[in-house]
Design a binder for this molecule. Sequence first.
Ligand SMILES: NC(=O)c1ccc[n+]([C@@H]2O[C@H](COP(=O)([O-])OP(=O)(O)OC[C@H]3O[C@@H](n4cnc5c(N)ncnc54)[C@H](OP(=O)(O)O)[C@@H]3O)[C@@H](O)[C@H]2O)c1
Length: 329
Amino acid sequence: MKVFEIVQGSTSLDGLRLAERPKPSAGPGQVLVRIRAVSLNYRDLAVVQGKYFGGAVPRNLIPLSDGAGEVEAVGDGVTAFAPGDRVVATFTQGSPPAALGSPLDGTLAEHVVFPESGLLKIPEHLSFEEAATLPCAGVTAWNALMEGKITRPGDTVLTLGTGGVSILALQIAKAAGARVIVTSSSDEKLARAKALGADATINYRRTPNWDQEVLALTSGRGADHIVEVGGAGTLPRSLHAVAQRGEIVLIGVLTPPSGDLNPHALMPKNATLRGVFVGDKPMFEALMRAIEVNRIHPVVDQVFDFESAPDAYRRLQSAQHFGKLVIRV
Ligand SMILES: NC(=O)c1ccc[n+]([C@@H]2O[C@H](COP(=O)([O-])OP(=O)(O)OC[C@H]3O[C@@H](n4cnc5c(N)ncnc54)[C@H](OP(=O)(O)O)[C@@H]3O)[C@@H](O)[C@H]2O)c1
């Protein structure tokens, strides 16, 4: 079968190459999936560049965590799935949990074998391309808004940027009846966010003190939930923009530290800073129910052919995308 591999020790996109591997088969308790679509996350760029946890990959590794496809065969004892079922894989697999695409071989392959416990059925209204956007970015956005301080109708949610996590967070927040403020470096992307339901937008290049703008837009209250994908560089402004009893969900690592990071602002506001690392299978199941009931269609920026996988990585690196980048397998 055809796969892409990151060659051992890779530190750049040049380390990504097309390869052949034997087609796997399903053992007891396992499911063989014909992969149809995969999606990229910011993390996947870090893995091929040798910048992810642990540094460069220690062996030739099939990249990407997120994949959707159809069941081709099931092993002995599998009861939850049958050939023909449309499925999507969870970000981590097995026990103790390990993530696809590093350290485990990932989904950028024609076939992958998963344990039965590592798959969910895809709601009927979603395509393979849409379902493939969910295991990392979707579950992370769900965890951010629904598993700590729960987003309630009327809450204000602030999402930073318009990448995969933030746009899924916008869609989940709107389904929950929240008011959503979106920031971006691009007016064109902000217009697209408005079309998806964003209530207010801020261009963080033109308005570098976007925290002040968030306070102005909320009559001084601030945001109840902040989807903090920027990390160390944006956190000081998030600390300023968070509301009384609000929650900043620390997700991303996009920006380097800028000056002193003083957590003191949390104290008088009784606010919370919560770290999130994707989420577990029950969270993914809850997300799927929300997506099904609310007929949410995740936003796919562009779909690439399998052979053009390196171009998908390049677009991710350029940060020109809005929402998710997908490769059809
Ligand atoms: N903790 C976890 O479990 C977890 C899970 C998923 C992702 N992440 C992390 O979350 C971050 C986002 O991931 P992703 O997959 O959504 O990335 P992505 O699709 O590549 O999105 C990146 C977007 O972030 C925005 N951005 C960059 N610098 C910014 C800044 N200074 N202020 C505000 N926005 C900024 C840009 O939006 P505009 O183009 O609109 O300006 C950019 O397009 C990454 O650091 C990733 O590693 C963590």
